[in-house]
Design a protein around this ligand. Structure first.
Ligand SMILES: *[C@@H]1O[C@H](CO)[C@@H](O)[C@H](O)[C@H]1NC(C)=O
Ligand SMILES: *[C@@H]1O[C@H](CO)[C@@H](O)[C@H](O)[C@H]1NC(C)=O
Ligand SMILES: *[C@@H]1O[C@H](CO)[C@@H](O)[C@H](O)[C@H]1NC(C)=O
Ligand SMILES: *[C@@H]1O[C@H](CO)[C@@H](O)[C@H](O)[C@H]1NC(C)=O
Ligand SMILES: [Ca+2]
Ligand SMILES: [Ca+2]
Length: 601
């Protein structure tokens, strides 16, 4: 199979998937008066077509070629009905290849509310009386080697950035900033009585608050340039996400996102077509072809028993998914487990644990930044130090270095295991706590990994049935595409399993994948609150746990159906008989192994 074809196929599946999930039958879609349009022939053609049908052309969507943002002022701003009328005939224009009215997506900031007394920057300085220095992220060690983020550009995709904050203005970078909500260059947050839009400013300080100015804190990459994109303070649509993720990919090195689909433990949602293209363009073309770095908070749904595999942003191979640990190394209550998490930084834990101190709205300083929201920017800043040490690192090099240098240290988890490549990995923390000094040392001498290879092992499209309290076990005999040099995968990076399941209560399903070397990844755990009857439609589950292992051999996929008590309760439109029905169908399974022909050791 040709590589292109494989990718196109995967893209098609994802398109189908995003259509499927964007419109759960129980929730009404909300249509905006914004459209995304693909028009060939250049900006003049787009302008002419916009004019002809009464739209305002707001320009190209981020860095996506031939994609334009059209606005129609005579359509109501939010509606549950898609818009009709003369303007909808635009789709008949031969140069209009695709058009989509933008729908509102629910996106949640990954913080939570709380506030305790002022404390030190414990996550930077190792305080021997509190914990021993083995639990240090060794940020001072990286500084001592001379790395402070100089010439690296980080941007925070969030609710804006207070660019004139006394601790931020020095490193503020207008070129790395934009206001997608207001459609202008100025990402200043909107102020209100509750300071709702403080999130982006808090994240920015962690990365690049200035040093030695006696204000608030020192950012981990205190000489990096910092930008902010205001995109969460308004309707979030696929187009809004794509504009943000594809802002200035030749200028911005690292995008940090601490938001995502609802962490309510019952949502399955991910990037739709434009955001997906923004990720793919970013890793292919961003940073002069070395690939944009997308850093993502793994989610705060711990209390709702959410599982981060159901979040298509954090679950993507293109994002570096960041988990959190408390100062004590204990699991924070908000933590979400899943196999796509790559690494961990500090954040808040219990009430008595210290929280993150950082810049705050209205030129202030706070000691109560929390959740995985605080962890993603910390990771972005540490990656900035590594990029300063070696600007030639590709997006995959960065992931390799993280895997190699993160340490289990004092992080407590019941599931630490050593994979066949010798890495310790956990569903709570990925490969462990980040180590800034080890990362810059590794970056200094790192040689680029070879081109990514993608091997799609397509199992025969099997239809299998699971009975309640039973397991369906499928074995895939993988070769790692030995017969095709361009796809041959010897050692693994990411492993993706694409699955379609229909089932009357999605939360009752759990899925385990065991590699040929015997490493078991839990791709999905039961979700107590997920009563959805939607199942999974070509959903891509991802694991990092087989990193460095051999690809060839028998892969075992196990899907369990453990009916919860809840299932015997009434669900509208469905009645269940105990253990008599066969209600779970797996209609297609593909295993997709990504990458790496030879390891650089
Ligand atoms: C602040 O300045 C002092 C004295 O010039 C210097 O020793 C120290 O390293 C600086 N701190 C940072 C974080 O740059
Ligand atoms: C993994 O964990 C084991 C057991 O705790 C430890 O002995 C080993 O050194 C760890 N390996 C790495 C690479 O950190
Ligand atoms: C699936 O794997 C997880 C994690 O190792 C384990 O806790 C769980 O028991 C497994 N499920 C079954 C039914 O074996
Ligand atoms: C169904 O199973 C539940 C729990 O196992 C049990 O309490 C209930 O009586 C069963 N209902 C029928 C109709 O068998
Ligand atoms: Ca400062
Ligand atoms: Ca989540």
């Amino acid at each position: 199979m040709v590589r292109n074809a494989a990718w196109r196929r995967s893209l098609l599946c994802v398109l189908a998937l995003s259509l499927g999930f964007a419109s759960p039958p129980c929730k009404a879609r909300i249509y905006t008066n914004h459209w995304a349009v693909r028009i060939v022939g250049g900006p003049e053609v787009a302008e002419r077509i916009a004019d002809k049908y009464g739209y305002r052309n707001m320009g190209q969507i981020g860095d996506l070629k031939d994609h334009y943002h059209f606005f129609h002022s005579r359509t109501i701003k939010r509606s549950t009905l898609s818009s009709r009328g003369r303007h909808s005939f635009i789709s008949m224009e031969p140069k209009v290849e695709w058009i989509q009215q933008q729908v509102v997506k629910r996106r949640i900031k990954r913080d939570y509310k709380q506030s305790p007394p002022l404390s030190l920057m414990w996550y930077i300085h190792c305080n021997d009386d509190v914990h021993n220095c083995q639990s240090d992220m060794n940020i001072m060690g990286a500084w001592k080697r001379g790395y402070t983020g100089k010439d690296v550009v980080v941007t925070i995709l969030d609710d804006g950035i207070e660019r004139n904050h006394p601790d931020l203005f020095q490193n503020y970078d207008p070129q790395a900033s934009f206001d997608v909500n207001g459609n202008d260059m100025d990402p200043m947050p909107r102020y209100d009585a509750t300071n709702e839009n403080k999130h982006g400013t808090r994240c920015a300080g962690e990365v690049a608050a200035a040093a030695n100015n006696s204000h608030c804190i020192v950012g981990i990459a205190y000489n990096a340039r910092i930008g902010g994109v205001r995109m969460l303070d308004g309707d979030v649509t696929d187009m809004v996400e794509a504009k943000s993720l594809s802002l200035q990919p030749q200028h911005i090195d690292i995008y940090s996102a601490s938001w995502g689909p609802d962490d309510d433990g019952k949502t399955v949602d991910g990037p739709a077509s434009l955001a997906r293209q923004a990720f793919e363009n970013g890793i292919r073309m961003g940073r002069k072809g070395r690939g944009s770095i997308f850093v993502w908070a793994s989610g705060n749904g711990g209390r709702s028993r959410d599982h981060c595999s159901c979040d298509g942003y954090t679950n993507s191979i293109y994002t570096i998914s960041i988990s959190s640990t408390a100062e004590s190394g204990r699991k924070p209550w908000y933590l979400e487990e899943c196999s796509s998490t790559l690494t961990t930084t500090y954040s808040s834990g219990e009430n008595y644990d210290r929280k993150i101190i950082t810049t705050d709205l209205r030129h202030r300083c706070t000691d109560s930044h929390t959740g995985t929201s605080a962890s993603a920017p910390m990771a972005a800043a540490i990656i900035a130090l590594a990029l300063e040490a070696n600007p030639l690192l590709t997006w995959r090099d960065v992931q390799h270095i993280i895997v190699k240098t993160s340490r289990a240290g004092h992080l407590s988890a019941p599931d630490w295991k050593t994979n066949a490549a010798g890495y310790n990995v956990s569903h709570l923390y990925g490969f462990g706590l980040m180590d800034a000094e080890a990362m810059v040392k590794e970056a200094e001498r790192w040689r680029q990994v070879p081109t990514q290879h993608v091997c799609v092992e397509s199992a025969d499209r099997q239809i299998r049935t699971i009975r309640p309290e039973h397991v369906v076990r499928s074995v895939y005999k993988a070769t790692g595409c030995t017969d095709n040099l361009n796809h041959h995968v010897i050692y693994l990076e990411h492993v993706v399993v694409r699955i379609t399941i229909t089932h009357p209560r999605r939360g009752d399903l759990s899925i385990n994948l065991t590699s040929p070397s015997g490493t078991k990844s839990q791709l999905l755990a039961n979700r107590l609150f997920d009563h959805s009857m939607e199942g999974f439609k070509n959903w891509e589950f991802m694991t990092t746990h087989c990193w460095g292992e051999k690809a060839a051999g028998d892969w075992v996929l196990e899907i369990y159906d453990s009916p919860s008590q809840l299932r015997s309760q009434k669900v509208p439109g469905m009645t269940f008989k105990n253990n008599t029905r066969s209600d779970c169908f797996i209609t297609s399974i593909l295993v997709l192994f990504c990458h790496l022909l030879t390891m650089v050791l």
